[in-house]
Design a protein around this ligand. Sequence first.
Ligand SMILES: C[S@@+](CC[C@H](N)C(=O)[O-])C[C@H]1O[C@@H](n2cnc3c(N)ncnc32)[C@H](O)[C@@H]1O
Length: 203
Amino acid sequence: MTSQFVPMYKILSEGKTKNFELSQRKITKKDVDFAKIREINHPREIPPKIGTLMVLTRKESIFDCVMSDAEYEKITNRTIVRIARGNVLIAGLGLGMILMPLLKNKDVKKITVIEKEQELIDLISPKIKKHDKKNKLQVIHGDINEIKLPKEQKFDVIYFDIWDNVCGDNYQQMKDLKKKFSKNRAKGSTVLCWEEQSTRSQR
Ligand SMILES: C[S@@+](CC[C@H](N)C(=O)[O-])C[C@H]1O[C@@H](n2cnc3c(N)ncnc32)[C@H](O)[C@@H]1O
């Protein structure tokens, strides 16, 4: 089930920065049918659904998708949304897709997002902030590999979601990040990385 996610075209507006573009993409029945044919040969692919997607791309290449709210992204981000509670640390703002259900979740008390690209913070976070009725969200500009959080700052859930694609090379980075932030784990905390299982199997 992915119904906990909000269609991001209703939250964000199309826009451009120096290096990024945020645009709507209409998915038609033809697109879905084509994806279903591809699925025969690529069984892990999850076809999109008919509707409007929000797509975040890097400008230099139209194929360089950073994030969208396609079905695949919803499915691969379901677990974090389901288990989030207490004080949550997230690396990677993207579209802010996972933030929308977390802001509504009463069990989530505080959300700290670390995002490397100031341009994305400026483009995305004011729109998400409008839905932060309980003032739970803080977005910090920084590189998760470099940033140092005080060891007194403890999180109940930590989620690393900084990768555009699944690639075996990311697995070592996942291990390093988990190690680096082990001092920031509260008792009984959970640490997750986006698509960790698939990444591990591609090493
Ligand atoms: C796939 S998107 C995250 C999607 C997001 N979870 C959502 O719900 O829309 C990856 C994000 O991580 C950011 N990022 C990449 N490397 C990073 C790093 N080293 N530190 C912090 N953020 C990083 C990218 O700029 C991008 O915004």
